[in-house]
Design a protein around this ligand. Structure first.
Ligand code: ATR
Length: 284
């Protein structure tokens, strides 16, 4: 029940109505008997500054930030974490008295999802795609000690731009390549493969995956960040190769749990977040 004492957190974006975050966070608040409510707010481009100012005035405790505001929001913060600054995007803010702090939990979500299966320390990781998600994930992987990160992308120019940005901030093995024979070669001794492209995403589930079973090996861990469908064409091919797979829901769950922890200081259980998300997606 919402009362005068209920603490409010939420998400701002345009569009925002498709967001699954309210389901996950509100399920955790209910389970933990916490007097909080998580609310979606539709904030259009051009209205971000007044929205942040209004949220602060109204005593909102924290917000998730989604498209198209993740970069612009940095202008309205008092503090930002080192990784969010490097990534150049913020998906979580916290209001604390007069201070507004920014974080990026997307990459952390991906790292935690992979760490359910293996430590990333010293590992060779190939990321397909070079957009916003690839950027957040690659910076966080190197920050957390990945041994080698390769960006494989359809457009080489975009892969090389991200690679240069990574090389400016991290030493170690960082490289770029196309989605071609070189990728097949590099996959032979890779430990982890992450797909950040929309290939195979609803409504294009039948799109041919970038890789087929013969290009993957049984010691590879394959994570597709596409979560609809749950088992993408790429993950089906990976299973046929005997590889371990991680569904896209895991990154979504762990990025949300990290935001929850930032706002409340409490670590929610992964099972509660997962159950709410799976129900929201119609998988159970
Ligand atoms: P996000 O912010 O979610 O990461 P994005 O910025 O639109 O999304 O990035 C999409 C990525 O998927 C890009 O790297 C894009 O490749 P290009 O740089 O060549 O555009 C990649 N991508 C999109 N559709 C693709 C397809 N059909 N095959 C291969 N890569 C694709």
């Amino acid at each position: 029940m919402i009362t005068g004492k209920t603490a409010v957190v939420g998400i701002i974006g345009d569009p925002v109505e498709h967001s699954l975050s309210p389901l996950m966070h509100n399920a955790a608040f209910k389970h933990l008997k916490m007097d909080y409510a998580y609310v979606p707010f539709h904030v259009k481009r051009g209205d971000l500054e007044s929205a942040i100012d209004g949220a602060r005035s109204m005593g909102i405790k924290g917000l998730n930030i989604t498209i198209p505001h993740k970069t612009e929001v940095i202008n309205y913060l008092n503090e930002i974490t080192q990784t969010a600054q490097l990534i150049g995007a913020v998906n979580t803010i916290k209001f604390d008295q007069t201070v507004i702090s920014g974080y990026n939990t997307d990459g952390i979500g991906a790292v935690k999802a992979i760490e359910e299966k293996t430590s990333i320390h010293g590992k060779k990781i190939i990321i397909m795609g070079a957009g916003g998600a690839a950027r957040a994930i690659s910076f966080q992987l190197l920050y957390n000690g990945a041994g080698e990160v390769l960006i494989a992308n359809r457009t080489m120019k975009n892969a090389c731009k991200l690679t240069e940005d990574l090389q400016k901030n991290f030493s170690g093995s960082i490289g770029c390549l196309g989605l071609n024979d070189k990728l097949n070669e590099e996959l032979k001794d890779a430990d982890v493969l992450i797909n950040t492209t929309p290939v195979g995403m609803y409504p294009n589930e039948d799109q041919k995956p970038i890789l087929t079973r013969d290009m993957m090996h049984c010691d590879l861990i394959v994570n597709d960040i596409v979560y609809n469908p749950l088992k993408t064409g790429l993950l089906r091919e990976a299973e046929k190769a005997g590889a371990k797979t991680i569904t896209g829901t895991k990154m979504l769950i762990y990025q949300g749990m990290e935001s929850f922890q930032i706002w409340t200081g409490i670590s929610p259980s992964v099972e509660i977040f997962e159950k709410a998300l799976m129900t929201g997606l119609g998988y159970r």
